[in-house]
Design a protein around this ligand. Structure first.
Ligand SMILES: C[S@@+](CC[C@H](N)C(=O)[O-])C[C@H]1O[C@@H](n2cnc3c(N)ncnc32)[C@H](O)[C@@H]1O
Length: 228
């Protein structure tokens, strides 16, 4: 998969050179290119923002530099993504679906956002990463890229993915590693028993318990879906 990131703040993306994403890049499973939107500004001072028409607080990213930055990287099969608090809340399912695409373009908003005409020129999916407001689209883009990358074949083992939170409408069970006793706190006995059936049952029960406690909406949503 190829990912293009269009941003005014290229330095924000060093996280994508770490850990699993770095390994995925090294294995050529993902290619990530970062372009600075400012390079596309036709303004003689390379200005990329301006005051909103009608007044109001802050500055807005101008349409021209982003339009030209998109035109420079967009292909026929590209999926354009704009992180926005006004978008649909990004989910595990969205990450899985986007992981099947060949080319993603992330457009990072900043300041008060972008000139709305951008969405008239291009078909752009808008995703929110939660009901709060961040300074820019750089962190949300990285959050989405990270979760999409994990779903690309070969990046993470299938076994890890199948047991994870949200993979089957439940949150993951608690996990422990060595030592079996730390400062008097013991690992649950069943995990040391070697009885795989009992371990699987304990994990399923714990998953249900944690989901009911922390995210009852996941269980209710499923029941509602079945009723439809
Ligand atoms: C300060 S925010 C603009 C908020 C906008 N004025 C509003 O009230 O909806 C600047 C940029 O950060 C990004 N952003 C902020 N919060 C976000 C969130 N929860 N999810 C995704 N992107 C977000 C978007 O790209 C947005 O254009």
């Amino acid at each position: 998969m190829k990912i293009d990131i269009l941003t005014l703040f290229s330095n924000a993306f060093s996280y994508l050179d770490e850990s699993i994403i770095k390994k995925a890049k090294d294995k050529n499973l993902i290619e990530i290119n970062i372009s600075n939107i400012r390079d596309y500004s036709l303004d003689k001072h390379k200005k990329c923002d301006d005051y909103p028409f009608g007044g109001g607080a802050g500055m807005l990213m101008s349409v021209q530099p982003i339009y030209d930055a998109i035109k420079a990287v967009k292909k026929r099969n590209s999926v354009l993504i704009f992180p926005s608090p006004k978008g649909k809340v990004f989910s595990h399912q969205d990450a899985k679906e986007l992981a099947t695409k060949k080319h993603l373009i992330f457009i990072c908003g900043h300041y008060e956002g972008v000139d709305e005409r951008l969405f008239e020129f291009f078909e752009i999916k808008q995703y929110s990463i939660g009901d709060f407001v961040l300074t820019g689209g750089e962190l949300p883009s990285m959050v989405m890229i990270d979760s999409i990358a994990r779903q690309i074949k070969g990046v993470i083992s299938n076994e890890s993915l199948s047991e994870e939170s949200f993979s089957n409408d439940l949150l993951e069970y608690p996990q422990y590693t060595r030592p079996a006793v730390f400062k008097g706190k013991k690992v649950p006995e069943v995990l040391l028993s070697g009885n795989h059936q009992e371990i699987a049952k304990w994990r399923k029960d714990m998953s249900k318990q944690i989901t009911k406690q922390n995210r009852p909406d996941l269980i209710i949503d499923k029941t509602e879906e079945r009723k439809k």
